[in-house]
Design a protein around this ligand. Sequence first.
Ligand code: CAA
Length: 702
Amino acid sequence: MVHINPVTTLDVTDGIAVIKVNNPPVNALGHAVREGLFEALTQAVADADVKAIVLGCDGRTFFAGADITEFGRPLQPPGLQEVIAAFEASPKPIVAAIFGTALGGGLELALGCHFRVASADARVGLPEVKLGILPGAGGTQRLPRLVGPEKAVAMIVAGAPVTAKAALADGVIDEIVADLIPGAIAFAQNVLAEGKTLVKVRDRDEKLAAARENPAGFEAAAKAALKKLAGVEAPAACAQSVRNSFTLPFEEGLKAERDLFLKLVTGDQSLAQRHIFFSEREAAKVPDMPAGVKSAALKKAVVIGGGTMGGGIAMCFANAGVPVTIVETTDEFLQKGLDRIKSTYAVSVERGALKQDAMDKRLALIAGTTDWNVIADTDIVIEAVFEEFALKKEIFGKLDKIAKPGTLLASNTSTLDVDAIAAATSRPEDVVGMHFFSPANVMKLLEIVRGEKSSFPAIATAVAAGKLLAKIPVIVGNCDGFVGNRMLARRTTECERLLLEGAAPQDVDAVVQKFGFPMGPYAMGDLAGLDVGWRIRKHRGITAPVSDALCEAGRFGQKTGKGYYIYENGARTPTPDPAVTKLAAEKAEALGVNRRNITEQEILERMTYPMINEAARILEERIAVRASDIDVVWAYGYGWPVWRGGPCFYADLIGAKAICEALEHYAEITGDAGLKPAKLLLDLAASGGKFADIGVAKKAAA
Ligand code: CAA
């Protein structure tokens, strides 16, 4: 075996050259890898003993793509396109041996090889769209030649990887092999033995010819793929580039792909998406955690409470293959909870998102009991009962008595003081908050609330649990509302004010949706139920004249057919209601609020700047340790568009100075001192600094 460079080896045995790369963690195609591949290929092609070549990787995966940290920096040759062109031009057959995840540039390199074999559990895909770019190394030109432009556009715009089985069925790979490298070598020997002619993917035209004849099929597929993606640049560029695959000659299509790539990669949307990619990985890291802290095993779980939240959390465990027991107070509540879980899974089966046998397997992992002794033998307990302190205190006292030492005791509280809950036990070090978002089985965000006494192993175990449950864990400090809801409260206050000042719910929702949120705040409120906020306001002695009046009139939102909007005959789409504007006008008059025309710009600022201001306070108090953590919370828990990078990223684009000036103005017109810029924001404005510079240093994404 020859070491071509520190990350690449070349081994020639019996006429087959095996080129291998080992560049942990994910064999990203950085400069050293590209250089090593180019050199290894050159040597293999020049070596008269070599008749065929196998391309593989060591470590946990085949190439997971270009090295994203190199984006935005001057590219060091050879470029990936150059490497791929060299592989494609090889006169000797090349077989890519795929395992793990062949993604982005990794799959594009494999498409430059003459053949592809994969292990059964491999997945392949072109996820670039999720980084705000398009496959820039020939993926949009070569994939359509294998699977047809209709399938390619769906796959590239969605960016979701497919299984080896699906890839085989679609012609992306040629064979699934049991033992990867020996299997790839055997495949190569077979190619030689059969004297197969080498057809480059770029030269295949059958599926393109079909699309040329029937472009309407492609256009329909593109339209379906792009649905609900207005305002986002990368998906449309992906579709255009796939369209080029059958309307332009290969080289021209490749050039157009490159131009689109370069345009996108330097734009704000891609910068934002790369920021979120790195930030979500960073958010679970605890800066002061000593090295070597281990998380506990998570073999068995208990969830206290079988309501919507508890049931959703139990489903997450079952989905991850972990046996979970729900503890309820009565058999009746328990049965209700278990039935709800069953019907939620059944809906997924009906929709075709889940197979019946998978549902059965998951249900078999969920047990229920009214006997608290089950807690004695579990690794993690997540309490998910009604949000009432006295009740939670009682439960944690009970958990303390029954659970074995070292069991993680977590509360799924969204508002209560985690330290006070921990104080109900004799082991506050084992207690954390694990704030799931509703529906818990769907939403990705998990705020892990670090209490004053939470131990490092407890935090590490909570993070491990979050990852096991396929969540995106973000560590936050203990305060009212933690990060997400604390910021949301600021927006909610502005929502009420805007109604009084003259905006209608539909005006505000339209601006927020245009910004990129899937729903506006009022439509969201109607969906969640306005009575929830009303109850909390009453409990805290807060009033919101318009919203309170709606609730007093029994308008709780979708469930009562009326809220901020009207929902006739069980409709789920909101219809504006002039009665709400009338009500707001009456309340404004009674309160002496001057009603006026409110511009879209003002609406947008008031829907975002007060939250940014609260984010600054959250950072001042170290409730979040990095500005990017706040961005992750909003992107995954509240629908902030990923391509806008989260509130702090967005604030950096606007600049702290402009935000401070606007906040001063809004503080003055509303008389709310809480809208005055936070000290940290003022400091950023004075120094020209950015949120991105606050907190723990992280990998450059730009
Ligand atoms: N470049 C640089 N670093 C990468 C990377 C990439 N393409 N992919 C992953 N990493 C890093 C992560 O940042 C992380 O670093 P830290 O440990 O320092 O936080 C580390 O590798 C491990 O990643 P994960 O924690 O995500 O590991 P995982 O096992 O959960 O997932 C994965 C592995 C499925 C490969 C996932 O990392 C992933 O989806 N990566 C991105 C894949 C991708 O988008 N590829 C396309 C790149 S763009 C491209 O290729 C453009 C082109 O056309 C030329």
